[in-house]
Design a protein. Structure first.
Length: 373
């Protein structure tokens, strides 16, 4: 079997890239054991990350700002969008793709072999299967409740990105926060989240903390959600062959866990490069993006080294940063100068204990030199 491009993985990243390739007339074969499965996870991003080619129907809920609570409540005045996953999947249509419902057992630079024995040859192979499950992870346990029942936790704000108020007196397993966002006009997700842990806070612990946080407030869960995914990507995704994309390809922010927005944003440029016969990695991974990737990895190491109390103090300082610096750190994947300024400002704003953790995370790292490797 021969095709122009094989995309392995039909999650949001793989499906977005396949969709944009198809729109440019590229013959695409998608390999995934269950390409038709519904997406049950909650996907969200900053509103300014949504690419222009997505229709407005993909928006489940949209707010103008999100709150961060530590010792005080701060407003991050930047639009935030939660996707309607059914509409998003529908918008990333694969009508003209060849779909192979199978597991990929060998993924090479120009061929893919499946469990059933099929081999597909292509000019380009893209591995978009998500990160393997080793190392640091983000974990969460959540419930979906009617909007009225979420009011005690959301308060007067539109949404809460992070509420670091301890849910339990025992956080020895690691820090966690409440994520409280609307899914649509009627429903709100309340989710106890371990941002990053190695080992992570077990989901069962997070569920117990969520129950404790919600105790005393009537709630009628409409649905539940469990989250557990790896955070540490390849050392240099721009060197990996076959080409890797999405969270597997370095588009997951290792210190926040966000990847869908950056994957959607990057999909069209990668598709255009492939369709025009150019190297897609040249546009995806300029030197500035490589430096940011290294800096974000330092950020992950720093977060992993902090005690629960120090983690809360660090986010207290982060909430005080100017919006431009928050934006640069949270989503400026090719803004090396902005990311460095944000990290330097955060370093200045935290106490000496946290500064020492930052220094240890950076020790021995030659960020600029490593970005060339």
């Amino acid at each position: 079997m021969v095709t122009d491009v094989v995309v392995v993985g039909a999650g949001p990243a793989g499906r977005a890239l396949s969709h944009r390739l198809l729109r440019r007339g590229v013959a695409v074969t998608v390999v995934d054991p269950r390409p038709e499965v519904e997406w049950r996870a909650t996907y969200a991003c900053w509103t300014d990350e949504i690419p222009h080619w997505l229709p407005p129907e993909v928006v489940g809920a949209q707010v103008d700002s999100v709150a961060m609570r530590v010792t005080e409540t701060a407003q991050l005045r930047r639009g935030y969008t939660v996707f309607d996953t059914v509409a998003l999947r529908r918008a990333l249509a694969l009508h003209d793709a060849r779909i192979l419902r199978d597991h990929a057992t060998v993924v090479g630079e120009h061929h893919v072999t499946t469990r059933s024995g099929a081999t597909i040859t292509a000019s380009t192979v893209i591995d978009a299967r998500g990160l393997p499950g080793h190392g640091p992870r983000q974990t969460a346990s959540g419930v979906v409740v009617p909007r009225a029942q979420a009011r005690p936790f959301v308060g007067d704000t539109e949404a809460v990105l992070m509420d670091w108020t301890p849910a339990s007196s025992d956080d020895s397993a690691g820090a966690s926060f409440l994520y409280a966002v609307p899914l649509d006009a009627d429903r709100v997700l309340l989710e106890e989240t371990c941002l990053a842990g190695d080992p992570p806070v077990p989901v069962a612990h997070l569920r117990a903390r969520l129950d404790e946080r919600l105790s005393g407030h009537p709630s009628t869960p409409l649905a539940t959600e469990t989250v557990s995914f790896a955070l540490r990507g390849p050392a240099a995704p721009w060197r990996v062959r076959p080409i890797v994309f999405g969270s597997r390809g370095g588009l997951l922010h290792p210190a926040t866990g966000y990847s869908v927005g950056e994957s959607l944003t990057a999909a069209d440029g990668v598709a255009a490069a492939i369709a025009d016969g150019h190297d897609p990695l040249a546009g995806l991974w300029p030197q500035s993006a490589r430096v940011v990737y290294r800096l974000r990895s330092v950020g992950l190491r720093a977060v992993l080294s902090l005690s629960p109390d120090a983690t809360r103090r660090m986010f207290d300082a982060f909430a005080e940063l100017p919006l431009a610096q928050q934006r640069a750190y949270l989503s400026g994947r090719d803004d090396a100068a902005g990311t460095a300024r944000a990290m330097a400002a955060l370093f200045t704003g935290v106490d000496n204990d946290i500064r020492r953790s930052f220094v240890r995370a950076l020790r021995g790292r030659r960020v600029i030199a490593e970005a060339d490797q």
